[in-house]
Design a protein around this ligand. Structure first.
Ligand SMILES: CC(C)(COP(=O)(O)OP(=O)(O)OC[C@H]1O[C@@H](n2cnc3c(N)ncnc32)[C@H](O)[C@@H]1OP(=O)(O)O)[C@@H](O)C(=O)NCCC(=O)NCCS
Length: 180
């Protein structure tokens, strides 16, 4: 059997009803916002042009071409609302992600997804580092990010609560990023 192929594409407004269904699944509610958002709330918050105003880029993860995950990247500097107040480097990007299919958790797909996103971000020469901030008790996410090349830096408190600040440094060559 061949290994599944994980790729990313940009999310569009046509994906929002699918995203709404995903955000209402219990395994996502547990780790993503803590509540079941209405379709209207998802439109108001996740419309790509609304996210762009906050320097957030949304993606859909594809498993052998089929949507199976959501991911987003953001520019850390200037996030506002209490996020990353100490950041001074305009090259730092942050990422958040989830796998929508509960039956596909813990099979290495998150690691593939994060590697693909990190590789995409580092294809921009202006990107210096990629950060992520899982909850301290989200051990599956922390392990996944370590497997994808992140290191734990310190425990922090974000507007969403305690988190582990994790960093992925810029690899010395693009091929190193995809192998990280
Ligand atoms: C976080 C998430 C994206 C990771 O993707 P995934 O495909 O499940 O993760 P992977 O299978 O690639 O890696 C998980 C790793 O954690 C390990 N793991 C699983 N459960 C664990 C636990 N309770 N404690 C410690 N490690 C655990 C796995 O063994 C694996 O490590 P290994 O390959 O070294 O054995 C996915 O689980 C998810 O979407 N979770 C729900 C939403 C979420 O938490 N999003 C992240 C918010 S920061």
């Amino acid at each position: 059997m061949t290994s599944p192929i994980v790729t990313l594409r940009l999310m569009t407004e046509h994906d929002l009803s699918m995203l709404h269904q995903w955000l209402n699944r219990p395994h996502i509610v547990e780790w993503w916002g803590g509540e079941r958002p209405s379709l209207q709330a998802v439109h108001e918050h996740y419309l790509p042009r609304v996210l762009a105003q906050e320097s957030v880029v949304p993606y859909i993860g594809l498993l052998d071409g089929m949507p199976f995950a959501y991911a987003q990247s953001y520019v850390a500097l200037g996030s506002g609302d209490g996020w990353w107040p100490d950041e001074t480097d305009p090259g730092v990007r942050g990422i958040d992600q989830f796998i929508a299919l509960p039956e596909r958790l813990g099979q290495g797909l998150g690691t593939q997804l994060v590697r693909a996103l990190v590789s995409t971000l580092f294809s921009n020469p202006e990107v210096t580092k990629v950060q992520t901030d899982p909850a301290p008790h989200n051990l599956r996410a922390i392990r996944c990010y370590e497997n994808a090349g992140f290191r734990q830096v310190k425990q922090i408190v974000t507007p969403d609560g305690p988190a582990i600040y994790m960093l992925h440094d810029r690899p010395s060559s693009p091929s190193a990023a995809s192998a990280a």
